[in-house]
Each structure stands twice: as structure tokens, then as C-alpha cells.
Design a protein around this ligand. Structure first.
Ligand code: NOJ
Length: 671
């Protein structure tokens, strides 16, 4: 069994050690040695002067509390499984060295790059008992003189008719069953096993929520809350295990998502689909270097066309890419930098990726329109338009512009306003970093979105680097180059912009007070007839450290609840007072899930998942009830009546029977 250890769990990578754990009748022995990710000042072998004060086995991640002479430490153990965090210690094979062998042997060769994976405890689709009964709602969080209850927040304001009140997820983060039913390995199946990539828990998402087999229960559970939409992604490697356009389609993958979509429609939960949420087929990295290669463009378009054809008429709202800026900005760093083709390196990989990804997006949207697919399509932006930190400081005004250009404008300007990169990027990045568009490419990219979507988790201030923006821009080795601005999460007097989330998501503070300004800026800069607030959410501090025995503390997620209630109140004002055309909001996440590098340690779910139980049972947290109450009759259900947004697979008519049953459950929650 492998364990990772951290002092007080903060800034974990600096302190991670690999611990070999053994237990016998005489007691517990922990032998620790440093992993490849450790800084060199950490000793290679550590004897832990420790007393084991408690061991609470929570299955998948046993928590050990120990006291040591230095500090209190927490060890989180990976599950006993066939999974190996770093199977071979062999480097990624040279790009192009693996032949395109589309046979079962070829697939096995690709899985060898990943190593053994954990077999899930459930291997067929589970049919839940219906209806899902909501447990009794939690009592009021605060006395009414201190805070109103969710249903009383701005009761006179409404969401527009047809508003999508949704939750969100992504394939890699919730599905598990990574090797089942013909799926090929994705880059994250491989990356999550490389040393130091996932900290605190070295647990690849082999099983995680097993949404792949438990989706029927998951859909029923959100429908019971009154949630009317679910934004989820399709795993490219389930549809094309080898990724490539000339490789075979996996019919099991097509059939799986067809049933996932039908299940949503039967429950009147509108499916919103993302084609790509950061999990490209590993095969494409092996064949040609994935998104750092021009070959990705046609392969992505072919995948997109296959999915459009399969689900046309059942899905209305589509995203090509999730947060492309975040995805591409990781492309030059470990371990993804091991998969780069000749001519691309850690410095320019981000912008090569951005260029090919935009072309892939534009090609997919062109196909969507030429194929007359019913519905709407765009991509999901992330980040924020900041505010100058120092008053009357022109450098800070410029810093805001730089932040907006590198964070959102890089993809949004070409698509929504100019057909070209933001001028700031062109002035900073030479063409061997950032390929320039031809006139024809610009024309193909401009206008390839039917709406604007933003994962708007937070908004902060920006300031210029201490050496000044000009000096930074001229110095390619400046650590802030090329964006040359700093994010500041506290005001000039040192007060935080908002309450902190879990230390593992140090990028996130709750900033509802800036939401209206932010949405005005999105709409002003990247105008579109409609906006989706495509993700927002919060990690309750230290929630990932709690054991199942502390369930009553996990479900009392007061700071996440406050985050959602304050954001949604401001969103109502943004729509009603500022006239911003927001037509949907999606809470991240439907349930706890694999938060990329933080694994299972950072929890975003409105539902808890018991990772130690074989059936991975879900439990609603307070925030789920708060969302439910907030969107009660005066808000969403009224808007749903007569809505034409909801259609079943068989017909485009609203399924009235289902709506009525939804209302019954919903009213239980709303009272
Ligand atoms: C946005 C990403 O789309 C999602 O994958 C991630 O888990 C959340 N942010 C929270 O970090």
C-alpha cells in the first residue's frame, strides 16, 4: 500500500513522502521515503517518531492521525488495489514511436502505458428504486434576524422562462470504470499515475463515483431536488478508444451515452453536453503529440461529427471545449510536457495548443451548422475580468487588461469579436510561440458560438509586476512572462476579497459582491444573445479530511451554502436589474469527484460520496437543499410551465407526467 503524507495537509507537495505501510500483531510500521516530486531538502528516508493516535479505515482512503515530534500529521492512504500510481517509471515513449495498431493488441499496448487499473466494485448499470425520496431538509442555518432562508432571497425577482437550473460534472472526474466497455486510455488515466501529479491522495480516478454505472440513480437524485439540467461531458476515448478519425468507433460507448441522455430526458433533466473536458485519448499523444500537433484538428472534428450524428435531436445545448485556456496552459508542464512532438517545447506548448484547439473548435462548429444539428453550440470560458488593485494607477489598469486577454480574450476575442488573438498577446508573443491566423482562418473562427458561457467562480484585483509591465514583457525569463500581471485576493487594506475555500483550492475565495460587475464586463466585451453561467462552486474548507463517521459535519456545508445563495441572489439582480441575458446556471458539482491534481482531497460536491462503501452511496449536503429551496416555485418551476426547452427522445413535447411528479418531490423540498 502506498501512502502520502503531509504536515497539516497544507502545501502538500513540499512535504509529501511516500510511505510504505505494514501492520502486524505487534503494531504499525510506517517506512517513509521521499518521492520524485519532493524538494531536495527533504531527507530521503524518514523515520517517523510517531504515536498512532487513531486509525479510521475509510476504505478507499484510510485516514491515519498521528502525532510526531514535529507536528501533527495526516496520512492518507491509497486503496489496496491493483492500481499502481507509477506503474513502470518508464518515460513516455517518443512521440510517434507507437504504431497505429487499432486491434485489441494495439489497445492493450496503449493501456500498458497506464499500467494496471482498479476494477470497480459494480460492473453493470444499476437501476435505482424510484422515486428517490428526499430526506427531511436541514433546519434553518441562522436565526432569521441574521440571514434569510433560501426561499426568501429576493422573492420578487424571477429567472427567465426556460432558465436552466443545473448541476455540472465531467467524465474523467465522475465516471470511473476507466477500462470498461471498450474505452481507451485518456491522457488523465496516464497522467494521474505520474509521480507527484496528484497530491495528498495518490488515487487515480479509476473508480471515483462510478457514475458510469450509477448514472440512473444520479439523475434521479438531482431530479428529486428539482434541478432541471445537468451539464456533463462525453469521454472521447469511450467513443474512439484510439482517438483517430480512421480508427474504429466503440459502439458500446455510443450506446452508453445514448442511454445516459435518454435517462436525463425521461426525468426532465435537460442534458447539456461538453465534447471535451480535458481528457483526450492517450493514443493521440502517443501517435503525434495530441493538442500540440495540427493532426488533432481533423481527429477532433471527426469525433464531434460522430457524436452530433448519434445524439442529434436529443441534446439542445453543446459545448465543444471546457475551459480551453486552463487546459492549454497545463500543456507545457509535467507530465504533459513528456508528450510533446518535435519542435514544441514547454514554453510554446500552451500557445501551439491554443491555436490548434481553436481550429478544432471552429471546424466542429462549422460541421454542426452544415449538418443542421438542432440546438446551440459554443465553448466554456473560465477566469474573470479583474479590477485595478491600486486606485488611479494606470499600470494596474493595464494589468487588468492583460489578465482579461490571457485568461478569457485568448479564445473569446477570436470567436466573439475579432477573429484574431487579442492585440496584447500579439504584441507579447512572437509567432513561433503564438502562430498567427491567416485571413481565411480568422473568417472561419469568428462567429463560431451561439452564446457565451463562463465558469465564473470568482473575481479579484490585478496589479502590475513589481518590475513594471514593460520590463516584464521584454524579459522572456521573467516568471510572470508572458501575461505580466499579478492576481491580488485582498484589498489595499489587506482585507480578503471574500471567505477562503479549502486550502487545496487556494485560487478560490467567495466573491459574490463582484458578480454583477463581472457579468456586465463579460457581456460588454464578448457580446452574445445569451449567457450561461456554466460552472460555479466552492470547496468547504477541510471537508476532504473528514471521515464517514463525521457525516453530520460534512453535510453541514455552510460556507458552500452561503456561496451558492449569495451568488444566485446577485445573479437574480444581474438578470433583473442589469438586463444581462443569463439563461442558465450550473452548480459545480453534482457530487464529490476527482478534482484533477487534488484527487479526492478537494471536495466540490453538493452531495457527499462515501468512497469507503462498495456502493459509493451519495448523501445530500445542506447546499443541495438550499439550491432546491432557492429555485422553488416562485423561481424556476413557474418559469418551466409552458417551456418548450424540455423534450423527450421520442418527441419534442414537454413530458407533462414527469413534470408533475417532479413538482411533487420539489414541493417537499421547497417547504
Ligand atoms: C472548472 C473545471 O471545469 C472543473 O473540471 C473543475 O473541477 C472545477 N473548475 C473546479 O476546480
Amino acid at each position: 500500500m502506498y501512502l502520502s503524507l503531509s504536515y497539516t495537509t497544507l502545501f502538500v507537495c513540499l512535504y509529501c513522502v511516500e510511505v510504505i505501510y505494514s501492520q502486524d500483531a505487534s503494531g504499525t510500521t510506517l517506512n517513509a521515503s521521499r518521492t520524485g516530486s519532493l524538494s531536495s531538502d527533504v531527507v530521503g528516508s524518514i523515520t517517523i517518531p510517531t504515536t498512532l493516535t487513531s486509525v479510521s479505515s475509510v476504505g478507499a482512503s484510510s485516514i491515519f492521525s498521528l502525532t510526531s515530534s514535529a507536528s501533527s500529521i495526516i496520512i492518507t492512504a491509497a486503496p489496496t488495489s491493483t492500481a499502481s500510481p507509477n506503474p513502470s517509471n518508464t518515460p513516455f515513449p517518443p512521440v510517434g514511436s507507437i504504431p497505429r495498431d487499432y486491434s485489441p493488441a494495439g489497445l492493450a499496448r496503449l493501456w500498458d502505458l497506464v499500467g494496471p487499473v482498479e476494477i470497480p466494485p459494480i460492473t453493470t448499470t444499476v437501476i435505482p428504486q424510484t422515486p428517490i425520496a428526499l430526506p427531511s431538509p436541514p433546519p434553518a442555518l441562522y436565526p432569521s434576524f441574521f440571514a434569510v432562508s433560501p426561499k426568501d432571497i429576493l422573492p420578487d425577482l424571477k429567472f427567465p422562462k426556460g432558465f436552466l437550473f443545473g448541476v455540472a460534472s465531467a467524465a474523467y472526474q465522475v465516471e470511473g470504470a476507466v477500462k470498461d466497455e471498450g474505452k481507451g486510455p485518456s491522457v488523465w488515466d496516464w497522467a494521474s499515475r505520474q509521480p507527484g501529479v496528484i497530491f495528498l491522495t495518490i488515487i487515480p480516478a479509476d473508480v471515483v463515483d462510478l457514475h458510469y454505472y450509477l448514472y440512473k440513480e444520479d439523475v434521479a437524485r438531482i431530479a428529486a431536488l428539482g434541478v432541471n439540467s445537468h451539464s456533463f461531458s462525453i469521454s472521447w476515448a469511450r467513443i474512439f478508444p484510439f482517438g483517430a478519425a480512421d480508427s474504429p468507433v466503440n459502439q458500446e460507448g455510443i450506446a452508453h451515452y445514448a442511454d445516459v441522455i435518454a435517462t436525463h430526458l425521461e426525468s426532465n433533466v435537460t442534458p447539456v453536453i461538453t465534447l471535451f473536458h480535458w481528457d483526450p485519448p492517450l493514443a493521440l499523444s502517443a501517435y503525434y503529440g495530441g493538442f500540440a500537433s495540427p493532426n488533432i484538428v481533423d481527429d477532433f472534428i471527426h469525433y464531434a461529427k460522430t457524436v452530433f450524428t448519434a445524439y442529434n435531436g436529443s441534446v439542445h445545448t453543446w459545448y465543444t471545449f471546457n475551459e480551453p485556456q486552463v487546459f492549454c496552459s497545463e500543456y507545457g508542464s509535467f507530465p504533459f510536457n513528456l508528450t510533446l512532438p518535435n519542435g514544441v517545447n514547454s514554453s510554446n506548448a500552451q500557445f501551439q495548443c491554443s491555436y490548434y484547439l481553436l481550429k478544432a473548435h471552429a471546424g466542429a462548429v462549422k460541421a454542426f451548422r452544415e449538418m443542421h444539428i438542432t440546438g446551440e453550440i459554443a465553448f466554456k470560458s473560465a477566469d474573470y475580468v479583474g479590477m485595478p488593485w491600486r486606485t488611479n494607477n494606470t499600470e494596474d489598469v493595464d494589468a487588468v487588461e492583460r489578465h482579461a486577454a490571457f485568461g478569457i480574450g485568448i479564445f473569446a476575442d477570436p470567436v466573439y469579436t475579432t477573429g484574431d488573438w487579442p492585440q496584447i498577446l500579439k504584441d507579447t508573443l512572437p509567432p513561433d510561440y503564438l502562430p498567427r491566423f491567416t485571413e481565411e482562418e480568422s473568417k472561419e473562427i469568428l462567429g463560431t458560438a451561439d452564446f457565451f458561457a463562463i465558469d465564473a467562480y470568482r473575481t479579484y484585483w490585478n496589479t502590475a509586476p513589481p518590475e513594471g509591465i514593460g520590463a516584464c514583457v521584454r524579459n522572456l525569463s521573467d516568471p510572470l512572462w508572458p501575461s505580466c500581471n499579478l492576481e491580488v485576493m485582498f484589498d489595499l487594506n489587506g482585507w480578503a476579497s471574500g471567505p477562503a475555500s479549502d486550502p487545496l483550492t487556494s485560487w478560490l475565495q467567495a466573491t459574490p459582491q463582484f458578480l454583477r460587475t463581472s457579468f456586465k464586463e463579460y457581456h460588454r466585451r464578448w457580446p452574445a444573445p445569451k449567457i450561461y453561467f456554466s460552472e460555479f462552486g466552492f470547496t468547504q474548507p477541510f471537508e476532504g479530511l473528514r471521515t464517514p463517521a463525521e457525516l453530520f459535519q460534512i453535510t453541514e456545508d455552510s460556507e458552500r451554502t452561503n456561496y451558492y445563495m449569495t451568488y444566485l441572489g446577485e445573479l437574480l439582480l444581474s438578470i433583473n436589474e442589469d438586463g444581462i441575458p443569463v439563461e442558465g446556471a450550473f452548480a459545480w458539482a453534482i457530487m464529490d469527484n476527482a478534482e484533477w491534481n487534488s484527487g479526492l482531497s478537494a471536495r466540490f460536491g453538493i452531495q457527499y460520496v462515501n468512497y469507503s462503501s462498495p456502493n459509493l452511496e451519495r448523501t445530500y449536503k445542506r447546499s443541495a437543499f438550499a439550491l432546491c429551496k432557492f429555485m422553488a416555485f416562485s423561481k424556476t418551476l413557474q418559469a418551466l410551465k409552458n417551456s418548450s426547452r424540455f423534450f423527450s427522445a421520442a418527441s419534442t413535447e414537454l413530458n407533462v407526467g414527469m413534470r408533475e411528479s417532479l413538482c411533487v418531490v420539489h414541493s417537499d423540498c421547497a417547504i
